[in-house]
Ligand binder design. Sequence first.
Ligand SMILES: [Zn+2]
Ligand SMILES: [Zn+2]
Length: 157
Amino acid sequence: MADSHLLAAHHQGLAARPSPSNTGTADVIRGTCLCGAVRIEIDEPLEHAPEACHCHQCRKQTGNFYVGVNVRRANLRIAGEEQVRWFQSSEQVQRGFCGTCGSTLFWKPTIAGYQWTSVALGCLDDELGLKIAKHIFVADKGSYYEIDDGAPQSAGA
Ligand SMILES: [Zn+2]
Ligand SMILES: [Zn+2]
């Protein structure tokens, strides 16, 4: 199954970019949803640090809180995008999840000209050594956990 997905991606030009992965210095970050139907590639380097959002919407959608990193859309390729379901969670934001396994994948503003899509960190397969750089909407966080990693916290955005 994985091979056929890779093949499909190749035909769409999604995985055609050569990667020196045999050198151990891969310049592409890869990820998948839980069932593997959606496959993600992100060109390095990442330009933003991950943020955790504790707002009501993120808590409902993820079952806890959302951790994602903003990726320039030009650097993001999605194979199996027809498997992604988009939920319009507010007037200018869509949330993308796998229609088969339900994995949280994307947080995507639909504002014209906006260049960034947040990719959920949990779907990335590579060990990137990333740390949450900021917690936002902590005023909405659940009472059943503490935020004690030392990263800055904001009550709202
Ligand atoms: Zn899936
Ligand atoms: Zn949120």
